[in-house]
Design a protein around this ligand. Structure first.
Ligand code: URA
Length: 228
């Protein structure tokens, strides 16, 4: 005898599964356009930066250094600008400061693939000089757009250049690091923490203890958001 099974609920009954099948379609497709949209927006932003004119940084650099990590991460890190190694490879934080950053991330159970990372300026400043105020201001517009696209729940600004790009010169890193700040971009609030730049920690290793305090705060916040 062949059994004709009319629908999923009959299969559940045959196997003694106490569950019923709801005909409503599952909205699996919903997140796909969001992901595509994010990638498209990132690509557009990258192209916009590549089209910058009259930029001393761009003229002298080898490669654009745009991003690394996971664009769907809730944690976004922002550094200052590419150094020599980053300029050669086209990825942020691949030199000595990057190695230290990896160790700092590991200390709070994170890997590079768990975070998203970019810099204030996307081209290497000649001789690794600090970006000038006009350069910071110019690239801050792209950075704000970048943050809105990634839409992180936790934003970590590493060093005074990232701090200046988003908060201006009114605050000092020595006073403001380690405190959660509200950064508002386009009416949206981003929970932000300022911490020392890994390159600074390489020069001033005694400051690492402050950095560790900041990392613990970041970890605590990650634990909170991953429960929600
Ligand atoms: N320092 C930065 O701020 N960014 C990098 O990508 C590398 C070093």
């Amino acid at each position: 005898m062949t059994i004709k099974i009319k629908n999923q609920n009959e299969i559940f009954k045959i196997f003694g599964i106490n569950q019923s099948y709801n005909k409503k379609p599952i909205n699996r497709i919903k997140t796909v356009p969001e992901v595509v949209d994010k990638l498209k927006k990132l690509e557009n932003l990258r192209e916009k930066i590549e089209m910058i004119e009259d930029c001393e940084l761009k003229k002298k650099a080898n490669k654009i250094v745009f991003n690394d990590g996971n664009e769907n991460s809730h944690i976004m890190f922002v550094g200052e600008g590419p150094g020599q190694r980053e300029d050669e490879i086209g990825k942020p934080f691949v030199g000595d400061a990057g190695l230290l950053l990896n160790k700092m991330l590991n200390a709070i159970n994170l890997k590079r693939k768990d975070i998203y990372i970019t810099n204030v300026v996307n081209y290497r400043p000649p001789g690794n000089r600090k970006p000038e105020t006009n350069e910071i201001l110019k690239y801050a517009e792209f950075l704000k757009e970048h943050i809105c696209i990634i839409n992180p729940k936790i934003l970590v600004l590493m060093g005074s250049t990232a701090m200046e790009a988003l908060f201006g010169k009114k605050i000092k890193i020595s006073k403001s690091r380690g405190e959660w700040q509200n950064l508002i971009i386009n009416n949206k609030l981003f929970k932000t923490i300022i911490t020392f730049h890994p390159a600074y920690l390489l020069r001033q290793p005694d400051q690492k203890r402050f950095s560790w305090e900041d990392l613990k705060k970041i970890k605590k916040e990650i634990d909170i958001i991953s429960k929600n």
